[in-house]
Design a protein around this ligand. Structure first.
Ligand SMILES: C[S@@+](CC[C@H](N)C(=O)[O-])C[C@H]1O[C@@H](n2cnc3c(N)ncnc32)[C@H](O)[C@@H]1O
Length: 211
């Protein structure tokens, strides 16, 4: 994960390596900790043998809107996605699909929290990410992803949308006025996991933009 973060341009202020463990790249700002000191400093129960401190520059809402517009991609918007594992998985998928930018609305997990960063496998650092409110996104039209009642994915012009909004695990979308897109599901299945829905939608956008 640190190697990926480094490849994405993140500069570490400090890297701490547990005695006996190895860092897969050279770093000047590195210290070695005994197993006991490392355990006391880490937040996870079964940590891997390295941890790092880095300063992240969060983007502003106008910056993420502009980054998406410039790349010809919809802005990916997380509307109350609460599980940090899902937020991280969506960041990983967005980076892999080529989406440049994300906006995180209130009620969503912190994309830079430790669980989300681990779930993104460090790919969150490849994206421009801003915390935003709906009013910051005024003027962007687009699609909300909904578990039912939306235009079928194959027919919705998602690749030319200003934004694609993914809703919360428990409550779905917080806005009732969005055009909706739905991945059609087998009868009797209520919904997809939000990160799975994001993967299908974002890779469909990638496919159409490449066509
Ligand atoms: C677990 S679902 C939410 C289900 C919730 N009961 C509801 O009221 O919508 C979480 C999010 O994943 C996305 N999602 C889930 N299934 C989807 C589908 N079949 N098509 C498009 N998006 C979907 C939507 O953005 C949804 O808000």
């Amino acid at each position: 994960m640190l190697a990926e973060a480094r490849a994405a341009g993140l500069e570490f202020e400090l890297i701490a390596v547990r005695e006996g463990d190895k860092l897969p790249f050279r770093a000047d700002s590195r210290i070695t900790l005994t197993a006991g000191a490392f355990r006391a400093a880490t937040q996870t129960v079964t940590p891997q043998g390295v941890m790092a401190i880095a300063r992240v520059r969060e983007a502003s809402p106008p910056e993420v809107i502009e980054a998406a517009r410039e790349a010809g991609w919809p802005l990916v918007v997380l509307d109350g996605v609460q599980d940090p594992g899902n937020v991280g998985a969506i960041c990983r998928t967005a980076a892999a699909a080529g989406a440049p930018a994300l906006a995180i609305l209130p009620g969503s997990a912190d994309p830079y929290g430790p669980k989300a960063v681990r779930a993104s496998a460090g790919n969150v650092f490849r994206l421009k990410v801003a915390r935003a409110r709906w009013k910051d996104l005024e003027g962007l039209d687009g699609f909300g992803a909904a578990a039912s009642s939306g235009a079928p994915l194959a027919e919705a012009p998602i690749e030319s949308a200003g934004m694609i909004v993914l809703g919360s695990e428990a409550h779905g979308l917080s806005r009732p006025d969005l055009a909706l897109v739905t991945v059609p599901l087998t009868e009797g299945i209520e919904s997809l996991n939000v990160a799975a829905a994001a993967a299908l939608i974002l890779f469909e956008i990638r496919r159409r933009l490449a066509a």
